[in-house]
Write a protein that binds this ligand. Structure first.
Ligand code: GAR
Length: 200
């Protein structure tokens, strides 16, 4: 039976697309059963609909407006995700730090993509910050990784990583394009590894 995956996105969803493509070709023996976004305009929702995958728009704002906590949001989000019965939850450009109220519902089953190597440039704008650090001579290369999610931002046991070179003639767009191509390989490899690890 195909493994069930839920993917959480906040943006363009190109990594979601890499996962959808890999499930279609059989490179990843899984099916995406639900795509969740915390941003209504996320193009990832359009990609999911085009692939015939169920979608859920689940914003934090109403919780904030009602004076409710992030933990309340995370717990309700976890319940909605759990209803889709995923073996694996993939954070693919999901720009909201998940607390134990979410992570505790899926122990060892949530993986996160980050566009930097382990321990580097945690948080947002990692590609831009790595590019700037290269210009200052502080780093010679960067990379991307997928790790098991823990409450700390962009940290946790690493499943897959790839070094991404930065070339002196690179524009930021050149470097970002190379990074995204690497991410699309790493996210599929990591999802496969995580599922293989669970299924023994
Ligand atoms: C990716 O570069 C991903 O690594 C990054 O958001 C982008 C989403 O692209 N995630 C983070 O920075 C997490 N800290 P996509 O929407 O096209 O997949």
């Amino acid at each position: 039976m195909l493994a069930r995956i839920v993917v959480l996105v906040s943006g363009s969803g190109s990594n979601l697309q890499a996962i959808l493509d890999a499930t279609r070709t059989g490179a990843l023996a899984a099916e995406v059963v639900l795509v969740v976004s915390n941003r209504r305009g996320a193009y990832g929702l359009v990609r999911a609909e085009a692939a015939g995958v169920a979608t859920l728009y689940f914003p934090l704002k109403p919780y904030r407006a009602a004076g409710r906590s992030r933990e309340a949001y995370d717990a309700d989000l976890a319940a909605r995700v759990a209803a889709a019965r995923p073996e694996l939850v993939v954070l693919a450009g999901w720009m909201h730090v998940l607390s134990p109220a979410f992570l505790g519902v899926f122990p060892g089953r949530v993986i996160n993509l980050h566009p930097a190597l382990p321990g580097q440039f945690a948080g947002t704008q990692a590609i831009e910050r790595a590019y700037a650090a290269f210009q200052l001579g502080e780093i010679e290369y960067s990379g991307c990784m997928v790790h098991y999610a823990v409450p700390e931002v962009d940290a946790g046991p690493v499943l897959a990583q790839e070094v991404v070179p930065i070339l002196p003639e690179d524009s930021l767009d050149d470097f970002a394009a190379r990074m995204h191509a690497a991410e699309h390989r790493v996210i599929v490899a990591a999802a496969g590894r995580a599922l293989a690890g669970m299924r023994g």
